[in-house]
Design a protein around this ligand. Structure first.
Ligand code: PMV
Length: 346
């Protein structure tokens, strides 16, 4: 018998960055992210447990993609205890991203969360029934996703999520993300994220290598301590929504610290491109001149996430089109916003 499942799951953008891990994908510091909407993965799985010829076939947009298989096999070996049927199953995966993968838009977050949700769903089907998708179910999905890619554990929740233990969120855990939608002011619930695509090239350094660079870095402990403080302060600021300047200061500092960490240590690397710096300077100039509370964050790549309250969308779009697209690859940007989380596709 063959079981099928399909899920759409979004990427997320961290405001407080997870950078540095230990053990089995456990974070050195807590992180907080917005869940995105337009940037997502659609994944379809067909699973035959006890198959005559067990194995894995992965395709992307219908085209076989063997290069994705090692990462998925490693992930399966980590979740086999929870999904024992995986060891003798034939698994066929087809996925599609709405955005370029490997370009520092967290494709592993959307793909690994989509895959985890498909596995959870198929597990429920194999065990004969419809299991209520209550908060415990989502927490397990988040924990499974973490084993695929740390940041993926935050993608299973709408609007915003915290992953990693922090004193201001008693339910928080290093093992799974928790929803953070109800703790933030309305202004953040439809925040915009226009992603300015400086380059669509594959990332030159994997995030695994980046996390590894934190080991032995002399400022690592100071960074983790600062991230913990920044998360507490940011969640206070986001609870009221009245001090966007404080929001901006923390978010931009986190983005620049992430890249400063990459530029430190014994084998440093630079993921920003000249266009990234030009965009940051233009954002600072525009904000000073207009007073519009627009800011940026960066992921592990050259692209710039432009974050702003929805009410400023018309002015920002005019400015993006006239002043910012010249810095973008083929003038490309992706209009995105805080989203409603994953969805099962029938
Ligand atoms: O989930 P990973 O291992 O690919 O790490 C991603 C880390 C950043 O995207 C740079 C930051 C974050 O918290 O998402």
């Amino acid at each position: 018998m063959t079981f099928t499942s399909a899920w759409r799951s979004p990427s997320n953008i961290a405001l407080i960055k997870y950078w540095g891990k230990h053990g089995l994908q456990l974070p050195r510091n807590p992180s907080l992210s917005f869940t995105l909407s337009a940037c997502h993965t659609v994944m379809r799985l067909a699973v035959t447990p006890d198959a005559d010829s067990p194995g894995l076939q992965v395709s992307y947009d219908g085209v076989p993609k063997q290069s994705f298989e090692p990462k998925i096999k490693t992930f399966f070996s980590l979740v086999e205890e929870r999904f024992p049927w995986l060891s003798k199953a034939s698994v066929i995966i087809d996925s599609h991203n709405t955005f370029p993968h490997g370009a520092g838009i967290a494709s592993s977050a959307s793909a690994m969360s989509a895959l985890s949700l498909c596995l959870m769903d198929i597990h429920d089907q194999i065990h004969g029934g419809i299991v209520p998708q209550n908060s415990e179910w989502w927490q397990t999905a988040s924990e499974v996703a973490r084993l695929g890619s740390g940041s993926a554990c935050r993608s299973v929740y709408p609007v915003a999520s915290i992953w990693g233990q922090t004193p201001n969120a008693p339910e928080s855990s290093d093992f799974f993300g928790i929803p953070w939608e109800h703790e933030i002011a309305p202004v953040f619930k439809d925040y915009r994220d226009t992603i300015l695509i400086v380059s669509t090239a594959e990332k030159s350094v994997s995030s695994t290598a980046g996390h590894r660079l934190m080991e032995g870095l002399s400022y690592a402990e100071a960074r983790y301590a600062e991230a913990r403080q920044n998360l507490i302060r940011l969640s206070e600021v986001m609870a009221t929504g009245t001090d966007l300047n404080a929001f901006i200061a923390i978010v931009e500092s986190e983005a620049l610290q992430l890249h400063a960490l990459m530029m430190s240590g014994k084998t440093p690397f630079i993921l920003m491109e000249p266009g990234t710096i030009s965009l940051i300077k233009e954002i600072w100039r525009f904000r000073k001149e207009t007073g519009i509370p627009v800011c940026f964050t960066l992921d592990a790549g050259p692209n710039v996430h432009l974050l702003y309250p929805n009410q400023y969308s018309p002015a920002i779009m005019d400015w993006v089109n006239s002043n910012l697209t010249p810095y973008c690859a083929q003038g490309k940007s992706i209009p995105d916003q805080v989203g409603t989380g994953p969805e099962k596709i029938s």
